[in-house]
Design a protein around this ligand. Structure first.
Ligand code: ADP
Ligand code: MG
Length: 261
């Protein structure tokens, strides 16, 4: 493919993937009414893996990751997250939600709460963390995403890139073991994309298990150990980034790559 960027070797050897399984999805199907949106999804994610999910709009990427923290329910097959099967009689939904952090395209911060309050709300009310400790943790993660000085402002006073970094910090305050990202940079102006991706790269390097729906293929090359391509509700193809980009196997993958690269 002539339009492919020059191949470069990325050293991901310091980013460990453990044998332990973080997420196991087997023969999972989901319908919206009569519309079969996810078809026989099989996916095993090991702890420490960094997976990028790509695919055309409407292919079911968001639905898949929303099923993993039970924002959507699947109808058949199995999803096991951190050893807990997600089923309709799930009693510890809060446990799953606090172990699986999620960052959305449109930040979803509470506009009437300060940045600090956004970050301490769930730890205090869901995890029952004492306020003082929740505040210390929040400040730690706001420092990590490089905006501790914004703690007492409201979301509307921050740029999009800053708000998205708050959203990441807010998720981290729940001490998740898995982070899901749904197009976290798609709503951002170009100059703000890098600051959010930099934060995500740092998380990856610290060993966070991550599933990221993104069109940022540079990010995929840099941090992903696996790229999954979805189309029409199916996982069509998956491979490590170099092989995925340089040697796609399926026509649908080739077409998609030719459109985005
Ligand atoms: P992607 O994230 O890959 O763009 P989505 O998972 O958002 O795809 O959507 C997959 C398909 O399911 C699309 O055809 C979309 O219109 C449909 N869909 C998404 N959410 C709903 C819903 N709540 N009810 C009915 N259809 C939906
Ligand atoms: Mg989507």
């Amino acid at each position: 493919m002539s339009e492919m960027p020059a191949e470069r070797t990325v050293d991901r050897s310091h980013m460990q993937v453990s044998d332990e399984i973080a997420i196991q999805i087997t023969h999972m199907n989901k319908w919206y009414g009569t519309f079969h949106v996810l078809r026989d999804i099989n996916l095993t994610v090991h702890r420490g893996e960094r997976i990028v999910i790509a695919g055309p709009s409407g292919s079911g990427k968001s639905t898949l990751i929303r099923c993993i923290n039970r924002l959507e329910e699947h109808q058949s097959g199995e999803i096991i997250v951190d050893g807990t099967e997600l089923s309709s009689d799930l009693k510890n939904i809060d446990k799953i939600r606090s172990e699986v952090g999620m960052v959305f395209q449109h930040f979803n911060l509470f506009p009437h709460l300060t940045i600090l309050e956004n970050c301490t709300l769930a730890p205090i009310w869901v995890r029952k963390v004492p306020r003082k400790q929740a505040t210390e943790t929040a400040m730690h993660f706001l420092e990590k995403v490089k905006i501790p000085e914004q703690a007492n402002k409201y979301p509307g006073q921050l740029s999009g890139g800053q708000q998205q970094r708050v959203a990441i910090a807010r998720s981290l305050c729940m001490m998740p073991r898995i982070m899901l990202f749904d197009e976290p940079t798609s709503a951002l102006d170009p100059e703000m994309i890098k600051e959010v991706l930099d934060t995500m790269v740092e998380l990856a390097e610290e060993g966070m298990t991550m599933l990221c729906v993104t069109h940022e293929m540079g990010f995929a090359r840099q941090v992903a150990n696996r790229v999954i391509f979805m189309d029409q509700g199916q996982i069509v193809e998956q491979n490590e980034p170099e092989a995925f980009f340089n040697n796609p196997q399926h026509e649908r993958t080739k077409l998609f790559l030719s459109q985005i690269l």
